[in-house]
Write a protein that binds this ligand. Structure first.
Ligand SMILES: Cc1cc2nc3c(=O)[nH]c(=O)nc-3n(C[C@H](O)[C@H](O)[C@H](O)COP(=O)(O)OP(=O)(O)OC[C@H]3O[C@@H](n4cnc5c(N)ncnc54)[C@H](O)[C@@H]3O)c2cc1C
Length: 479
């Protein structure tokens, strides 16, 4: 397993292909790198290794769990708990799940496609995975196509490149063209895994493509924007002050991909299955990170209530109970999804569809409600808090401290730090991204309904109702 220093050296050596703020940047100091650091540190920390490391099913070596293909319900449970623990520590998204969620989905679909079509993707994938585990790779997933007119299929768009597609097949590889939107942390990824967004029909084979390329591969352009927590003067800074995250519009400008990195090419039916399966693994990851974000919101709300002297008020306690309910229901469904998971013929453990989607749905519909509760309990100060520079100012600092006073015995510095953190978490560019990620990350909310309704046995419930209503006879004796 690598150290964070080795990881940083590796990305520093990559070709500058990050287009942001009018410059073309390398990877010396990309927002979010501290988050990736933590995924390496925790794999080396003995107290966390039962969660953060796994045994490779290919080599028997101990690897970072972010490089692992889940082999059992225990693996899924450990991944979920690791995600919650690590996301809590970084105050948000843990950033390294997208790539490995895509790898888990590929492990299943390459196998299934080979079984059905006689293709040779799975061995190729296993070779790639072996290298991934040996190199302890950081990956990201480029799934969301830019999609153009939302009601038109890939083949019906005015410009066929609005969904990533194969434009040429060569002896030694393929050439792809298109763009993937909203790629979280792509500039920090050594490998980009590209997979389809949606179900594909016969005739849409060119869009049924999955592959991996290095993040700085020729023709790959990362057009980025970032968000960050506000920076603070050193005496008031928290561990993540000034730190942030980054999103990419990832453009594949006629990119050559050698065959050994192509994991699907033209099998439309399996392209759709791959899209769904990545979303499933990713929604399972959400059952770890979303409760972590709720943990942060509820801890912050409770602290603010204490500092404001209102912690024992009934309405505050009731709202804290609501936050706990959201966090633990999502987490509990993630546990259920692991316990009720399925062992696939290829050996990969796949979480339960209904429990994953119910969890993701419940998390999504509550995102703004959780922020609503935090805003209610915190009052207006996070939106109007004087800057840290004035808090430490020799001229007005004393007055700012005097007028920030709240509960007895809490220092002005702690009150300031607390409200500055609420401001970071709820009234900042980071807050906006976290809220949007809470709604759309892993797919729009309607996709969860589709997954739930497509899997759930409603017919069985109708039959139950018929029996209870007396429309059909219940044989109580025989039951
Ligand atoms: C912060 C953030 C991080 C993300 N990270 C990643 C990432 O790392 N990798 C990645 O691949 N993706 C990522 N995503 C993308 C995410 O999966 C998409 O945002 C999501 O799938 C929605 O797609 P969209 O943004 O194009 O919205 P749209 O698809 O435009 O959705 C907007 C609305 O249009 C509706 N709609 C869309 N199509 C149809 C249709 N055919 N019929 C009827 N209604 C329709 C939707 O239901 C929704 O209500 C991220 C998103 C966010 C916000």
């Amino acid at each position: 397993m690598r150290t964070k220093e080795e990881y940083r050296e590796s990305i520093k050596a990559m070709r500058p292909n990050i287009y942001m703020g009018g410059e073309v940047l390398g990877r010396d100091n990309i927002p979010g790198v501290d988050i990736m650091d933590l995924t390496f540190d925790f794999a080396h920390a003995p107290e966390y290794q039962h969660l953060t490391t796994a045994t490779s099913h290919l080599t028997g070596e101990t690897i970072n769990r972010f490089c692992h293909i889940h082999q059992s319900p225990e693996d899924l449970l450990a991944k979920q708990e690791m995600t919650r623990v690590e996301a809590r520590m970084v105050g948000g998204c843990i950033a390294r799940c997208m790539g490995i969620d895509a790898m888990n989905a590929l492990s299943v679909i390459t196998y299934n496609c080979d079984e059905a079509r006689g293709t040779e993707y799975h061995q190729r994938f296993l070779e790639f995975l072996r290298g991934w585990q040996e190199r302890d790779v950081v990956g990201c997933c480029a799934q969301s196509d830019v999609k153009g007119h939302r009601l038109r299929r890939p083949s019906e768009q005015a410009d066929p490149d609005l969904y990533l597609r194969v434009i040429e097949k060569k002896k030694d590889g393929i050439v792809v063209r298109g763009a993937k939107a909203h790629n979280s942390f792509a500039p920090l990824a050594e490998e980009i895994i590209a997979i389809p967004t949606r179900f594909l029909r016969p005739g849409e084979e060119d869009w049924a493509v999955a592959f991996a390329v290095p993040g700085d591969h020729p023709g790959v352009k990362l057009v980025c924007r970032g968000a960050s927590f506000r920076d603070r003067v050193p005496e008031l800074a928290g561990p993540f002050s000034g730190k942030g995250e980054i999103e990419s519009l990832t453009i594949f400008d006629d990119v050559f991909v050698p065959w050994e990195r192509v994991f699907l090419c033209g099998e439309a039916e399996f392209g759709g299955q791959l899209a769904l399966l990545f979303s499933l693994f990713h929604r399972h990851s959400y059952t770890g990170c979303k409760p972590a974000l709720s943990d942060i919101i509820m801890g912050t709300a409770a602290l603010v209530a204490e500092y404001s002297g209102i912690e024992k008020e009934d309405h505050v306690r009731s709202k804290l109970a609501q936050l706990i309910t959201v966090a633990e229901l999502v987490y509990g469904c993630g546990i259920a999804a692991s316990v009720k998971s399925t062992h696939m013929p290829c050996g990969t453990q796949v979480p339960d569809i209904v429990f994953c989607n119910v969890a993701r749905k419940h998390a999504g519909v509550n995102v703004y409600h959780e922020y609503d509760i935090l805003a209610d309990i915190a009052g207006g100060l996070p939106a109007t808090l004087p800057y840290d520079t004035e808090f430490v100012s020799p001229e007005v600092g004393g007055l700012v401290k005097k007028y920030l006073a709240r509960a007895d015995g809490v220092s002005p510095e702690d009150i300031y730090r607390c409200f500055a953190w609420v401001s970071d978490y709820a009234v900042s560019s980071m807050a906006g991204v976290l809220q949007y990620a809470g709604i759309h990350g892993g797919g729009s909310p309607v996709m969860e309904d589709i997954a739930i309704l497509g899997t759930y046995n409603i017919q069985e419930k109708k039959e139950l109702a018929k029996r209870i209503a007396g429309i059909e006879k219940i044989d109580l004796e025989g039951q």
